[in-house]
Design a protein around this ligand. Structure first.
Ligand code: ZN
Length: 208
């Protein structure tokens, strides 16, 4: 089973490109890193931006829930809400408003953080420098599984500006996990190589 990290389409067999969005899929297990990333600016499948920024961005989704919760809860304690107009705005209402205000600010900060991280990931895939890397470890965590498929962490190293950097890719697709010692393509932010992803991306694209 292999999931397209660009659009989320699931295939039963390994293939080179996604039949739905045309995005490059991870190569089969072996000594080959697959086709190298195309030159910049790379054309991204249409769904990818939306997925990385919103629908598959756990931080942004959590922030959205928190903002909705804080706004909906605060509503009943605002001076012009029907409840407060009837019983008056007292110290208790003030406390509740302050509390939900803190929740709101926390949600807004989380939203900013999640969007910034997502935008950075999109920018790296679109404009990032390419390097050849090596997988140094593949670890499977059966306790964090998705539908019986263990959460797999692919750890890799690559060289940029004369220094060795490392990175991690997460997936629940066993077929793309590969093995230590195998080559892998890496895309990284030129000004900060610690921000990097493997190419083609694997599912659970949360990266750094
Ligand atoms: Zn796809």
């Amino acid at each position: 089973m292999i999931t397209c990290a660009w659009c989320g389409k699931v295939f039963n067999e390994l293939r080179e490109d996604c039949a739905r969005c045309g995005g490059a899929l991870p190569p089969p297990d072996g000594a080959d890193a697959g086709a190298p990333p195309p030159p910049v600016p790379r054309v991204l499948p249409t769904d990818f931006r939306r997925r990385v920024l919103v629908t598959r961005n756990e931080t942004v989704l959590a922030a959205g829930l928190l903002l909705i919760f804080a706004t909906a809860s605060a509503w009943g304690f605002l001076p012009f809400s029907p409840r407060v107009r009837q019983s008056g705005f007292g110290i208790q209402e003030g406390y509740f408003l302050a509390l939900f205000g803190v929740f709101f600010l926390f949600g807004a900060a989380l939203l900013w953080f999640g969007l910034r991280r997502g935008m950075r990931a999109v920018r790296i895939v679109e404009f990032g420098e390419a390097a050849g890397g090596t997988i140094i470890a593949v670890t499977r965590d059966a306790f964090k599984s998705l539908g019986g498929r263990p959460h797999t962490v692919i750890s890799y190293i690559f060289a940029a500006d004369g220094e060795v950097h490392n990175g991690e890719a997460h997936t629940c697709d066993d077929a793309v996990a590969r093995e230590a010692g195998q080559p892998v393509h890496v895309l990284y932010q030129a000004s900060n190589p610690r921000a990097n992803v493997i190419y083609p991306p694997v599912s659970r694209f949360t990266a750094f």
